[in-house]
Design a protein around this ligand. Structure first.
Ligand code: XCC
Length: 653
């Protein structure tokens, strides 16, 4: 373990009890975790505010963040050009991650249809028809395979098309689409947009922050309404559209007497294939012959959320817990694919003799075992992973210490299910949701999503923010690591309605739903876009997404993907608040453009706050402003959660 200046107090690092226990154990074991490095290595103050340009060899050039217009880069680039370029490249990277993931899902879909992949088949033909019809593909009287092939061809344009508009613009409310057309930001194809974004932000190209922002939005929209939406739809078609399911969350889902395998990453194929291998009687016999009671498959991060939503598979925790879970000594294998895989997971796994396996050709880790997953024969890879896990189980040599915390929650709310849940089986509709917003029982809707970050106390802002929102009658939709935080805090059970304001509680109790709805992984933010479009279509809440009393937040974000997500919500018309840090210099023209002026063009805008109570206040004020504009505002005081409320929550969780 590196010599640390001063170890940060565990209670300042996390509010997750299991992670806290494992940080303490890691310190005793002499194992360094990323929390320690975040404390040891302060964030670069110039980079943090995105005031450094390193796009050519005349630099790197650093601006003075305290007096940002004092100087310009060697080429003359202003702080606004520099920050806009950097922001554009973050959006390009985030969009590339989601669209590459989505394209991999689409290729899998193609090979399932043409029979080259035999281990998977279409699980949700109904969704296949619905998505096809939304894109004007005829379904009546046609074979499923025919429809599927047409759908594949149509959706491929999302990625490869060089001119025109991506197919999913057909699902965008007309007025929102009109705003995009006026601004010239309707995405063509993701590859084209990412290419142009990278080009325009190279040295000596686009040097007008407002013009750069147009391409930033166009690129981000190619993610939200493009790559991510395709990924969600195809994954639902192949593996089933989620419906509410009772799940277990937290490290207590590990079992000392079972072969524990953690699957972490993003593309659902690895975990779906692991499920096939783990159900194989031969594999199960191998595990029981080794003295184990069973094979215990557990998800983490977004892979875990995908499979938790569809199959109710247990989940061990979010991004900030992926090293800590290895410290239990109970993980026999951790297998990963792409995204959010910290390089040091391999090192920490080595400290506890845990088998650590990378599986995707795009994401290897120096020194780690790589077993390539070929979608044409995926169980060849996943069988080998189970063999490695069983071998480690047989030879366990490290003490095992599993935190005994397990929370239960109801997750797996798709936009289709929300429609059915609110409208009933024969008249599925968002009408009751809109009506309850119009009559004021529900004040508005908030998406609380995204990562955890070692520079921000784990889970704290997610949980405190959501408690504030529901108490003020704001219905919360969730994706990504935020969902694990809220599940661990006991807010994803119907009983959590007791912590909601009277109006929201009444709606939740009538329907039997929690006030916090888990919608899946980060690509599933596209479900929130579809739900928002549906709310506009049903009527009564304005003509565009920008009219809805809605807001979004990623209070503990860390990934470039979060910036891309934030930007596609902003460009779609949503007010988006980020916490912890924001890559922009305060008081600059670019900041004003993104945080204020953008809303005047018919888009949403960005906001920032460093504590969850301020975030809630800003989001609620925005929701009230929209209610006012719609003429549906009945004055309601914002209420803060009292200590008593917080205690009662602790008791229910
Ligand atoms: Fe990664 Fe998706 Fe962020 Fe979690 S929320 S830390 S991106 S795993 Ni997507």
């Amino acid at each position: 373990m590196a010599k640390l200046k001063e170890l940060i107090k565990v209670e300042d690092i996390t509010t997750c009890d299991s992670t806290a226990q494992m940080i303490t154990k890691a310190r005793k074991d002499g194992v360094e975790l990323f929390f320690d490095r975040a404390n040891e290595m302060k964030a670069c103050p110039i980079g943090e505010q995105s005031a450094c340009c390193k796009h050519c060899a005349m630099g790197p050039c650093r601006m003075n963040v305290n007096s940002p217009y004092d100087r310009v880069g060697v080429c003359g680039a202003t702080v606004d050009t520099i920050a806009a370029r950097n922001f554009g490249r973050m959006v390009a990277a985030g969009t590339a991650a989601h669209t590459d993931h989505g394209m991999a899902m689409l290729e899998l879909f193609r090979d399932v249809i043409n029979g080259k992949v035999k281990d998977f088949k279409i699980q949700d033909p109904q969704k296949l028809r619905e998505v096809s019809e939304a894109l004007d593909i005829k379904t009546e009287g046609r074979e499923l395979k025919e429809i599927a092939l047409d759908l594949y061809k149509e959706l491929e344009r999302t990625y490869t098309q060089v001119d025109g508009e991506i197919p999913n613009v057909k699902r965008v409310p007309p007025k929102t689409l009109e705003t995009w057309r006026k601004e010239g930001i309707v995405p063509r194809g993701a590859m084209r947009e990412i290419m142009e974004m990278m080009h325009r932000t190279a040295m000596g190209v686009d040097q007008d922050y407002e013009n750069i922002t147009k391409q930033i939005s166009r690129t981000a929209l190619a993610d939200g309404w493009g790559g991510s939406m395709v990924s969600t739809d195809i994954t639902d078609i192949l593996f089933g559209t989620p419906a509410p399911v009772l799940v277990e969350m937290d490290m207590g889902v590990l079992k000392e007497d079972q072969v524990n395998i953690i699957v972490h990453g993003h593309e659902p194929i690895l975990l779906e294939a692991m499920m096939i291998s783990a159900a194989d009687p031969e594999m199960q016999k191998m595990a029981t012959d080794a003295g184990a009671k069973a094979i215990n498959l557990v998800g983490m991060c977004c892979s875990g959320l995908d499979v938790l939503s569809r199959h109710g598979l247990p989940h061990a925790g979010n991004f900030s817990s992926t090293e800590a879970v290895l410290v239990t000594g109970a993980v026999d294998a951790m297998t990963v694919d792409i995204q959010c895989i910290k390089q040091d997971l391999f090192k920490v796994a080595q400290c506890y003799d845990t088998a650590f396996i990378t599986t995707n050709y795009r994401a290897k880790i120096e020194g780690a075992t790589h077993i390539a997953l070929d979608e044409h024969d995926p169980t060849d890879c996943t069988d080998q992973i189970i063999i490695k896990a069983v071998t480690r189980f047989k030879n366990r040599s490290k003490p095992i210490d599993i935190p005994q915390n397990v929370a239960r929650g109801v997750h797996g709310f798709s936009h289709e299910y929300i429609k059915y849940m609110l409208g009933g089986a024969y008249r599925g509709s968002y009408r009751p949701l809109n009506d309850n917003i119009i009559n004021g029982k529900i004040r508005g809707v908030a998406g609380v999503v995204g990562c955890t970050n070692p520079r921000s106390k784990q889970d704290f802002s997610h949980v405190e923010l959501v408690k504030e929102l529901i108490k003020n009658d704001v219905l919360v939709l969730q994706t990504g690591c935020s969902q694990s935080a809220l599940a661990k805090a006991g807010l994803t059970v119907p009983g959590a309605a007791a912590l909601a304001g009277n109006g929201l509680a009444e709606v939740c109790e009538t329907v039997g739903m929690p006030p916090v709805l888990g919608l899946g992984s980060c690509v599933d933010n596209s479900r929130i876009l579809v739900a928002a479009s549906e709310m506009v279509r049903v009527g009564g809440l304005g003509d565009s997404i920008a009219d809805l009393p809605a807001a979004g937040c990623a209070p503990e974000w860390m990934s470039e993907k979060a910036i891309a997500i934030g930007q596609y919500f902003v460009a779609s018309g949503v007010y988006v608040v980020f916490g912890h840090t924001f890559p922009i210099v305060k008081g600059t023209n670019f900041e004003k453009h993104m945080f204020e002026d953008y809303e005047n063009k018919g888009f949403g805008r960005w906001g920032f706050a460093d504590d969850p109570y301020k975030m809630a206040k800003m989001m609620i004020a925005h929701i009230d402003k929209k209610r006012e504009a719609l003429g549906i505002n009945k004055k309601k005081e914002r209420v803060l959660a009292s200590m008593e409320d917080r205690r009662s929550l602790a008791e229910t969780s």
